[in-house]
Design a protein around this ligand. Structure first.
Ligand code: SAJ
Length: 410
């Protein structure tokens, strides 16, 4: 029972690891030789709590290995990126490349699961690529030349992946019922959550819907923060009070929405239904407009000073992780460095050791530590609610201009 996982990133590698832990023989495939080498050495090329122990164990036991070519297997799990192309359309070229790698290895009877977050129709597209190359096969079930295609979107939260991968309920949508059932049997080996069967299109839409729901709700909080600011009201107190209503549960405003999921996936719905998905598009735009407001606020205060020092606290996309992908706080910091007439930006990010390339090598940017940055700063800009920032002695903020985008120091 061999499973091949194509794409060994934030989702593929943990999936490969839990399958190996469940006793499967797992071969991971990645285009990047350095990732393949790292995994075969039992190490993990990114930070995720608890992952390295499982990978190291599975590699040592000979259950998990990685390579750059796609092998023969009984089941394939495709977890490759689906970035944007054009006007927020989904770029399916990585899915297509994965399908082209899988097609020559098939004998009939294999399951091919698409895990990548995808627009409606992507599973069908993947199947069409494979059947285009191998027209002797069919997606009709129960024949010697049947292939089984499904979509099983991942829903794990970065930072809790190893727990949520096992415990979360899963939606499994097949092009046929038989494909869904085959996928269910495989995922039951590692997943203790409920396995909910549906068709592929509904599964694709369900994943996008979950993230769009969260995005719309965060947009509501962010819009409230702008309204409250203009009205001279503390938005966090406002939300706390309103949330005492038994049917109100408003999320938290912040400097914008980041990460590779919530800031991306809603656009796939908009791109499929531009005329109808108005609220979803507006929410995206509200959340994307938040960083510019933070930048203006800081610049307005900085420009009153002769040689302003701005402490930028947090450039990760959310609390207690090192992930800088689509991070609004990183973008705000870059913009401040670009647009400050004079002065210095002190970056404090406890989860990284060096500045990202967009910020390194600049005369007016330094990577600093919390105490040093706060003591030198005229303006303290808080953008991420990392634990160490919560513990800061508030006394040190007296005499400073504080822009607290997370309401951490209220
Ligand atoms: N954020 C706020 N206010 C809030 C909550 C979040 O501004 O009240 C911001 C965060 O600071 C961050 C962004 O939203 O910038 C996204 O963070 P998140 O914690 O909401 O979500 P992600 O991107 O880490 O993970 C999401 C999860 N989806 C949902 O909760 C519906 C996760 O379960 C998905 O698996 C993941 O997207 C994914 O891969 O799609």
């Amino acid at each position: 029972n061999t499973v091949c996982v194509v794409g060994l990133g934030y989702i593929g590698l943990p999936t490969a690891a839990v399958l190996a832990q469940a006793g499967k023989r797992v071969i991971g495939v990645d285009v990047k030789q350095s990732n393949v080498d790292a995994i075969n050495a039992g190490t993990v090329p990114f930070v995720e709590e608890g992952l390295e122990t499982v990978v190291a164990g599975a590699v040592a036991q000979g259950r998990l290995s990685a390579q750059t070519d796609t092998p023969e297997a009984d089941a394939y799990i495709v977890s490759v990126p689906t970035p944007f192309k054009g006007d927020h359309d989904a770029d399916l070229s990585y899915i297509e490349a994965a399908a082209r790698g899988i097609a020559p290895q098939l004998h009939g009877g294999e399951l091919v699961v698409l895990e990548s977050t995808s627009p409606p129709g992507a599973t069908e597209f993947m199947a069409d690529v494979i059947l285009g190359i191998r027209p002797e096969f069919t997606k009709e079930p129960n024949l010697p030349n049947s292939l089984y295609f499904t979509h099983a979107p991942e829903r794990v939260l970065p930072g809790r992946i190893m727990i949520e991968m096992v415990e979360n309920d899963r939606i499994i949508g097949g092009l046929t019922v038989e494909a869904s059932e085959m996928n269910r049997d495989l995922y039951a080996s590692f997943c203790s959550g409920e396995l909910l069967l549906t068709d592929a299109r509904t599964a694709e839409m369900a994943k996008l819907t979950e993230n769009a729901f969260r995005d719309v709700n965060i947009a509501f909080a962010n819009e409230l923060s702008m309204i409250a600011d203009r009205q001279g009201i503390d938005v966090w107190e406002l939300i706390e009070l309103a949330n005492h209503h038994p049917r109100v549960n408003i999320l938290q405003p912040g400097p914008g929405v980041g990460g590779h999921c919530i800031a991306v996936d809603p656009w796939f719905i908009v791109s499929a239904e531009r005329e109808t998905a108005k609220l979803i598009a507006t929410a995206r735009n509200v959340n994307d407009s938040k960083p510019e407001l933070v930048i203006s606020k800081v610049l307005e205060r900085a420009n009153r000073l002769k040689d302003p020092v701005v402490a930028a606290l947090g450039i990760a996309f959310k609390a207690n992780i090192d992930d800088l992908r689509e991070s609004p706080s990183k973008d705000i910091t870059i913009q401040l460095a670009d647009r400050l007439d004079h002065g210095t930006v002190l970056v404090v990010e406890p989860n990284i050791d060096e500045l990202p390339k967009e910020l390194s090598g600049r005369d007016n940017v330094e990577l600093s530590n919390l105490d040093d940055a706060v003591s030198r700063a005229d303006i303290v800009l808080l953008m991420v609610d990392h634990d160490p920032f919560k513990q800061l002695d508030r006394e040190t903020l007296q005499e400073k201009v504080v822009v607290d985008t997370k309401g951490l120091w209220r």
